[in-house]
Ligand binder design. Structure first.
Ligand code: ADP
Ligand code: MG
Length: 312
């Protein structure tokens, strides 16, 4: 009999393109259709691995914010509640497409799933709160922006609301997540980087911020002792001299060489920076495999034939 307890744990962090491809509006049909290819891979991988899935929520939270900004008749919800909504909607779409993929591949029709509303602890004194950097939601004209009570920044395409992006310290329910994995659930969690909370006396309180989903996933990967951590996005991996004629895709990179590239500034904050940092932290702390790859290449990357991986 198959001994599921012995299967290694695979944590995959999905980027925005797993659900909405560039140029798409993000209809429900599009998102379900897009999930088909990645979930087929996850279904096949679930034969060999116990699977944990994390994901981004940028476009989904953007659409919900736009919906609420377009209507004054119902009360506006704070960011943490909208974040929770996206964890629910995306978790549902992932569960249902993964279930279909498992069924179609004839793998396991009795797989259990658990999507968790996930709280992620941040530090109230994180300097990020003094300097909000993460743009969210719709674009506004200068006049519209002036009438809003949010912190705003000016971007190339217009004015946007901006919030802090503090460092994740711990996934509040990591022990429970570990238990669910041990009970053979496929766990979907840390959506959009999780709901940022701080400790206030003896309880947790939600705060207005957005945690980077790759950094939150890295904390979780460490806490649940993942054997492999894959960050799946829309590029083949991390490149040095990105966007210049000298651009070169990194394949297997020794840790000290990667640290050198980080210092030289090859990976910008808000996109490739946190991905590289997330596998760097994971590898330095556990010695386990952390890989950045293209959504299409998850299985190939696990087989050592695609993506960017840090080695000794
Ligand atoms: P995700 O939604 O998967 O988190 P992001 O847009 O945040 O994706 O990050 C991936 C993007 O990072 C790529 O599409 C690419 O345009 C950009 N990028 C910036 N610097 C680099 C680099 N050095 N190597 C590869 N991609 C980079
Ligand atoms: Mg990103």
């Amino acid at each position: 009999m198959e001994n599921k307890r012995k299967k290694p744990i695979l944590l995959t962090a999905f980027g925005g393109n797993a659900l909405i491809r560039s140029g798409q509006k993000g209809t429900a049909e599009e998102q379900i259709e897009n999930l088909n290819m990645p979930m087929k891979q996850i279904a096949r991988l679930s034969r060999k691995y116990r699977v944990v899935i994390t994901h981004g929520n940028g476009p989904q939270i953007g659409n919900l914010l736009l919906q609420q900004e377009s209507c004054d008749e119902v009360p506006k919800m704070p960011l943490e509640i909208i974040g929770a909504q996206t964890q629910g909607q995306i978790g549902y779409m992932i569960e249902s497409s993964l279930e279909t993929a498992l069924f179609e591949t004839g793998i396991n029709s009795e797989q259990y799933f658990a999507t968790l509303i996930t709280y992620v602890l941040v530090d109230e004194d994180d300097p990020a709160f003094q300097q909000p950097t993460k743009p969210i939601g719709p674009f506004y004209t200068k006049e519209e922006a002036a009438g809003l009570s949010y912190n705003m920044i000016k971007t190339a395409k217009g004015h946007r609301r901006v919030v802090a992006s503090p460092k994740p310290i711990a996934i509040v329910a990591h022990r429970e997540i570990k238990k669910l994995i041990e009970m053979d659930f496929i766990v979907i969690c840390c959506g959009g980087g999780g709901i940022p909370v701080i400790h206030k006396e003896r309880k947790f309180c939600g705060v207005e911020a957005v945690i980077d989903k790759d950094l939150a996933s890295s904390v979780l990967a460490r806490e649940i002792n993942a054997d492999i951590f894959v960050v799946a996005s829309d590029v083949d991996g991390a490149a040095i001299h990105w966007g210049s004629p000298d651009q070169r895709l990194l394949k297997k990179v020794p840790l000290d060489e990667m640290e050198q590239y980080i210092q030289e500034g090859h990976f910008p904050a808000g996109s490739m920076g946190p991905k590289v940092e997330s596998i760097r932290q994971f590898f330095s702390n556990t010695g386990n495999r952390g890989i950045i790859c293209k959504l299409e290449d998850i299985e190939k990357a696990i087989g050592g034939k695609a993506g960017t991986e840090i080695i000794k």
